[in-house]
Design a binder for this molecule. Structure first.
Ligand code: AGP
Length: 614
């Protein structure tokens, strides 16, 4: 979960590198650095903490570096070694004539380091990355060819890497390669960019080539040469990126998170386009290859994901079991990959991932495919490694989500599950036509209901101010909204650092109720439906222990006024669709609490948007 950039061309490179790193800050922001070719030398500048610290380090050299037109940059989420300047990238070889930046984890770095130290290499950092710099330099001393040196060195690396490398002997050359980590090359006129992700290059070009594992590209302003791991030149697959630069602006909102919360009505409309035209028409999922026979032969479905995507997966379980009657298991990817799973050719495995690059989920999907299962991927990045593994694909089309805290992508994932569950019900004929029509009508009404919530946030802001100083927070719900409680708690946790936990309301009396007193807020997601009364009595149990009660509800039952200190009301909605409606106020509550506390809402400490290492 680091970000790397590279540029070679006719423009001043420093500003391009800094701008690229700024667009990749969501991938990590513990430290940053650049290496630029300035005359005969490669000059390296690094700083701890946020990117503006690197800008301060660079500022005295602005004039001197103005003529530099080739360079690489890095923004770090620390994996090996504390976030210090010494551990910041770029890393260089012993003599400093080679510089390298890396995203990923080199799993066999210890044994390589021991071998290189015995050969006289002097290591300065505690990072795995520095091993790659010394190894490439060693190969370069033998081959005097930077591309060949990178090719030979990476054959000895195990794990995940996306690398950009420069050497003093080359005026304006960057060599880049990748394995199990994202890397794309932006193609300009007389200039080339290398980057971990689209936002770093979209401002300059929308023409790009995604590298495949073990491919090596050599970039100079004049040309790009692509070779495979055998050193053989291979064709270049240049495509036009489907992204607009406007996605990268806050458009008047204080934070990207608030902007992305407010984009949700359009995100819901957007995912329905081309898939659900009218309630009485069938759902169209062109990239889902699940016909009647496939579904008939399924004996189970496993949904695998992490974090917020895992919570969306849990809602998906309720929907698929409810509409299709197929048993569904949901599991965190990091657990799935380390146990003996019962997955086979009669299993449908659904991978859910906003980034499509989460290492744990990628590994899980690869394992499931090796066991013969059909892999259906739900992702916001159809250009991602996970999308490329898919046998079936549902792109959620939520647009670039810059804020580390997932909001619109969660809602889009929920919508993907509604569409998938209804699609499978139609294929299996497991739900009668009139019920399907009514369900699809409800689905199409969701954007307006979310808009009504977003139009009246004063009460949520008031509630946020009242509870911002709390140290703990409990969210309770039942049924299809239990994942909503988990996701609401995660939102609050990850951007305000408050210790928030979601529980199934029925579990309170089995332990957590011991924590309740007048200092503990309990938020009850009290949506009308089959578990409403039960949840109401759980809320009364909490109230009886003097907890500070908040209700998120679509009920106008007057007795709630006596039970709850705060009531956040949302529009009426069928229980099965209530997770979409209930989540928006919880996202706003978390946002306003974090904003009130002055937290770094879009880039919370210790987090990264895409966890591309296990
Ligand atoms: C969500 O707010 C977090 N940023 C995090 O839990 C995220 O959902 C998780 O890392 C999974 O990411 P993915 O959806 O890109 O796989």
């Amino acid at each position: 979960m680091c970000g790397i950039v590279g540029y070679t061309g006719g423009k001043s490179v420093v500003d391009i590198l800094i701008d690229g790193l700024r667009q990749l800050e969501y991938r990590g922001y513990d430290s940053s650095g650049v290496a630029v070719k300035c005359g005969e030398d490669i000059k390296v500048y690094k700083a701890e903490g946020k990117l503006e610290n690197l800008c301060k380090v660079l500022s005295p050299y602005k004039d001197e570096l103005k003529t530099a037109t080739c360079g690489i940059g890095h923004i770090r989420w620390a994996t090996h070694g504390a976030p210090t300047v010494l551990n910041a990238h770029p890393h260089t070889c012993t003599c400093g004539r080679l510089a390298l930046v890396h995203n990923g984890i080199i799993e066999n770095y210890k044994e390589i380091r021991e071998k290189l130290e015995k050969e006289g290499c002097t290591f300065r950092s505690q990072t795995d990355t520095e091993v790659a710099a010394h190894l490439v330099a060693k190969k370069y001393a033998q081959t005097k060819d930077l591309t060949e040196a990178v090719r030979l060195a990476t054959k000895e690396l195990e794990g995940a890497y996306a690398l950009c490398v420069m050497h003093n002997d080359y005026k304006n050359t960057i060599v880049a390669t990748k394995r199990n980590a994202p890397l794309l090359v932006g193609v300009g006129d007389g200039e080339f960019f290398a980057a971990s992700d689209v936002p770093a290059i979209i401002k300059y070009t929308n023409r790009a080539m995604y590298l495949n594992d073990n491919e090596i590209v050599t970039l100079t302003p004049e040309k790009m040469v692509l070779i495979n791991s055998d050193g053989k030149e291979i064709p270049q697959k240049i495509e036009t990126l489907p992204w607009e630069p406007v996605a990268l602006s806050k458009r008047g909102y204080k934070h990207f998170m608030l902007k992305e919360i407010h984009e949700q009505p359009d995100v819901i409309r957007n995912i329905l386009v081309g898939k659900l035209h009218a309630p009485d028409e069938p759902i169209v999922l062109n990239e889902v290859k699940l016909n009647k026979d496939t579904l008939k032969n399924l004996n189970r479905i496993q949904i695998i994901a992490c974090g917020t995507s895992l919570h969306a997966a849990m809602v998906g379980k309720y929907l698929i079991e409810n509409f299709c009657g197929i048993a569904v298991d949901v599991e965190a990817s990091s657990e799935y990959i380390y146990r003996k799973t019962v997955t086979d050719s009669h299993t449908l495995v659904i991978g859910v991932s906003q980034s499509g690059e989460t290492a744990d989920t990628l590994t899980a999907i690869r394992q499931a495919k090796e066991k013969g299962s059909h892999a259906l991927i739900i992702t916001n990045r159809p250009d991602s490694a996970m999308a490329r593994l898919a046998d079936s694909l549902i792109p959620v089309n939520a647009g670039i989500e810059v804020s580390v805290a997932a909001t619109k992508s969660y809602t889009a994932q929920l919508m993907a599950f509604y569409l998938l569950a209804l699609y499978m019900a139609e294929v299996k004929n497991s739900v009668d036509k009139s019920t399907l029509t009514s369900l699809k009508s409800e689905l199409m009404l969701l954007p307006q209901k979310v808009e009504r919530i977003l139009a009246h946030t004063e009460n949520i802001q008031k509630c946020a101010r009242a509870y911002a100083s709390t140290k703990d927070f409990i969210y309770i719900a039942r049924g299809i909204n239990f994942p909503t409680a988990l996701e609401g708690a995660l939102k609050l946790k990850e951007i305000s650092y408050i210790n928030a936990t979601g529980y199934p309301a029925g579990e309170l009396k089995h332990g957590p109720i011991a924590m309740l007193d007048e200092t503990m807020p309990v938020l009850s997601i009290l949506m009308r439906g089959c578990v409403y009364e039960k949840l109401l009595s759980n809320s009364e149990e909490a109230k009886a222990r003097n907890a500070r009660m908040i209700a998120l509800t679509n009920s106008d039952d007057e007795k709630l006024d006596d039970l709850f200190d705060y009531i956040i009301r949302v529009p009426e909605v069928q229980e099965l669709f209530s997770p979409v409606i209930a989540m928006v106020p919880l996202q706003l509550l978390a946002y306003y609490i974090a904003e009130f506390l002055g937290k770094d809402v879009d880039q919370p400490r210790n987090l990264a948007k895409s966890v591309t290492v296990e």
